[in-house]
Write a protein that binds this ligand. Structure first.
Ligand code: ATP
Ligand code: MG
Length: 260
């Protein structure tokens, strides 16, 4: 069976800098896969190549075994590849229920209509509730987004991406700017998403990475250094060398018992 998402010798340079320099990677169906690596390793560039936000200099991107390298971003979304929105795209005065309801209406092609059939309205409301409930947001579904803690606002963005019914979800540092306690909850929610959603995410906090990931790819200088299960990544001397002394959470977190 083909991987949910795959790259073959994918590369992209900016001027003289090879940001991504020949990456071949497979993200299996249902994976909880993390992409880690030091600043400037090429992680965001790789996600942008996967989503179609950037065009590669060479190589291929395959979604469910089909070559989508030449497809623009919106057509990859239609094929089930979603990524989270930037946080400033949340409407601060809309509640999660309203935002997700709008996203669902958009998906169903009824967004701009002044009249929807009653059954469709009920179906959309039910689906929005179910989605928010699944992310632990039911209790705040009616509050304006701006009143929610930041970690919960990021969960609403994830709900918006899930409203597209993606098969693959890409997240670039979903916990960035989120207080540590909230980051833990956010990652627990991501790990608990239905298995028909494949998740690939970038994260710097090793605690969160090891709590979430079943597979880890370490990117350094635009190439894959290691791609393995967490326990073997944590024990790999090359990884330890990259992370040693890098951040307070770096190598120390690799030693935490019970991970992997
Ligand atoms: N649009 C761009 N124009 C020029 N150089 C870029 C551009 N985007 C990225 N780069 C360069 O490509 C390299 C990889 O950047 P990228 O943002 O992919 O790294 P990253 O692994 O996401 O880093 P971080 O952990 O800091 O987010 C860096 O040297 C960066 O300066
Ligand atoms: Mg980045």
């Amino acid at each position: 069976m083909s991987a949910a998402l795959e790259t073959r010798d994918l590369a992209r340079s900016f001027g003289g800098i090879a940001a991504v320099a020949g990456v071949s990677l497979a993200v299996e169906r249902g994976a909880r896969h993390a992409l880690i690596g030091p600043n400037g390793a090429g992680k965001t560039t790789l996600i942008n190549l996967l989503s179609g936000a950037l065009k590669p200099g060479r190589g291929q991107v395959l979604l469910d075994g089909e070559d989508v390298t030449r497809l623009p971003q919106y057509r990859r979304v239609k094929r089930g590849l979603a990524r989270t929105f930037q946080v400033n795209q949340l409407f601060p005065n809309l509640s999660p229920l309203e935002s997700v309801g709008l996203a669902l209406a958009e998906r169903e092609g009824v967004c701009g209509r002044w009249w929807w059939p009653r059954h469709l309205r009920a179906a959309i409301r039910d689906e929005a509730w179910a989605l928010l409930d699944g992310l632990g947001l039911a209790g705040q579904a009616g509050q304006p987004a701006r009143q929610l803690p930041y970690g919960r606002q990021r969960l609403v963005e994830i709900a918006l991406a899930l409203a597209l019914k993606p098969r693959v979800l890409l997240l670039d540092e979903p916990a960035a700017g989120v207080p540590r306690g909230e980051g833990g909850e956010l990652f627990a929610r991501l790990a608990a998403l239905p298995r028909d959603v494949t998740v690939l995410l970038i994260e710097h906090d090793m605690d969160l990475v090891f709590r979430f990931a079943e597979r880890i790819t370490v990117l350094v200088g635009g190439v894959v250094l290691v791609d393995d299960v967490p326990a073997r990544v944590a024990a790999d001397p090359r990884v330890r060398e990259v992370y040693l002394g890098e951040t307070p959470m770096g190598a120390a977190a690799l030693d935490r018992p019970g991970h992997g």
